[in-house]
Design a protein around this ligand. Structure first.
Ligand SMILES: [Zn+2]
Length: 262
């Protein structure tokens, strides 16, 4: 099974650099608005800011239903605060390689440069220095779900078996901006590595049996206990490190030539 797992891990020195390089590839892969489409950075930013009021990154004090207009006006481009890790299959980068997203950002070209030697297919995960170990574990769990279909099938079966308890979690994930077809994958990653911060204690208790079953499935499949202190470190056996130096090299290659003429 290990042979079929090809998770490439790229760690950035900052959350900003990571999110700036991965925003369009990630939105192209799985955003509710842009999945499968091509779009400019400006379109992506404008749409994200406009939709901001629809999501519950703001304190969710209004209960169910759409946010009131005054909250909607608070919409802002907060992407770099909202997303702490990224994951996507190498196939999602194809449109960036084939010119569909022309012109690429410098950071997108550097990303392709950094990954040029990774044999396809692989699953890319990105984290940043100083990010919590849970974020790395969360992204690796996505990678395992993607790379091991027999594990994904069992995860889906377990979640289906808890269908009477999953609706509040799915509602929270949709509010958070996840696509409907990613709910099982996300629910599993959160269940294995820790629920979304701010999940009410009542909901967490309600979901405890589901989380427990998904952790037991993970432990049985990968012979690793998600509750053990060294869990995140143990997960490194499933990843291969993409040196950040390769990304920097890509950025250096892209530096525009400046001539001393005014
Ligand atoms: Zn996730």
């Amino acid at each position: 099974m290990i042979e079929q797992i090809r998770i490439a891990h790229l760690q950035f020195p900052s959350l900003y650099m990571m999110a700036a390089a991965l925003m369009r590839p990630s939105e192209h892969y799985e955003s509710p608005r842009f999945a499968g489409l091509t779009f400019t950075l400006e379109e992506c930013m404008d749409d994200y800011a406009a939709r901001k009021g629809d999501y519950v990154f703001l304190p969710h004090a209004h209960g169910d239903g759409p946010l009131p207009p005054e909250s909607r006006r608070r919409g802002n481009f907060t992407y770099f605060d909202d997303w702490r890790g990224f994951n996507l299959p190498s196939s999602a980068l194809r449109a960036f390689r084939d010119g569909s997203f022309h012109p690429l950002l410098r950071k997108e070209r550097a990303l392709l440069h950094a990954l040029a030697d990774c044999p396809e297919p692989y699953y890319l995960i990105a984290t940043y220095e100083g990010g919590e170990p849970d974020i790395f574990a969360h992204e690796v769990t996505h990678g395992l779900y993607h790379c091991v279909p027999q594990y994904a099938k069992r995860v889906d079966e377990v979640i289906l078996g808890h269908s009477e308890t999953t609706q509040p979690l799915f509602r929270q994930l949709l509010d958070r901006g996840y696509r409907a077809d990613k709910l099982y994958d996300e629910a599993n990653a959160y269940a294995v590595t820790g629920l979304i911060s701010g999940t009410p204690a009542g909901l967490a208790a309600h979901l405890a049996p589901l989380c427990n079953d998904l952790r037991m499935l993970f432990a049985a499949t990968f012979v690793l206990d998600p509750g053990s202190p060294g869990f995140a470190d143990e997960l490194r056996q499933f990843t291969s490190q993409v040196p950040y130096g390769r990304f920097e090299e890509g950025l250096r290659n892209e530096r525009p030539q400046r001539h001393g003429v005014r």
